[in-house]
Design a protein around this ligand. Structure first.
Ligand SMILES: [Zn+2]
Ligand SMILES: [Zn+2]
Length: 152
């Protein structure tokens, strides 16, 4: 499907009570809140994530869409279809990547999170497309493309 941001449905961690997680774009026009927990944070090295983030890789936090809500700016969000039915969303004022809702999941650019969400990145994906000038320096599992479903 070409999306490097969305893990297959399946593995879900049980939500526990915790502080709510908030985030916003650089200019503050778009803001959101998550009332549940984050399932997983991945680093994606695919070309599209590198371009959209302007960085050596994209960092995405995955959570339940029904625990996510926009605080402001939802109607201003601009969408770009990076591959069929895969949308990259950003603030039209400052250009920041903002969360994307895909069915029952929300995919949050991890850099937009305020404070510490209490979850740490757990996996590198699409390492086969990695920027040649960047060396991965941690011990997290690496996959050339999507990982097998049990690792999400
Ligand atoms: Zn990607
Ligand atoms: Zn903005």
């Amino acid at each position: 499907m070409g999306s490097a941001t969305r893990p297959p449905a399946g593995r879900r961690l049980t939500c526990t009570l915790g502080p709510m997680i908030t985030g916003n774009c650089l200019c503050g026009s778009v803001a959101w809140q998550l009332d549940g927990t984050i399932d997983l944070i991945n680093f994606c090295h695919c070309t599209m994530c590198r371009k959209i983030h302007g960085a050596p890789f994209g960092a995405f936090a995955h959570a339940h869409a029904n625990e996510f809500r926009w605080l402001r700016g939802e109607s201003s969000i601009t969408r770009f279809e990076s591959s069929p039915n895969v949308f990259r969303c950003f603030c039209p004022n400052c250009g920041s990547s903002v969360p994307v809702i895909e069915d029952d999941e929300v995919c949050v650019p991890a850099g937009s999170i305020n404070g510490d969400p209490g979850v740490r990145p757990s996996i590198h994906i699409f390492v086969g497309s990695k920027a040649p000038w960047y060396e991965i320096a941690d011990a997290l599992p690496q996959h050339d493309g999507f990982p097998p479903p049990e690792e999400w």
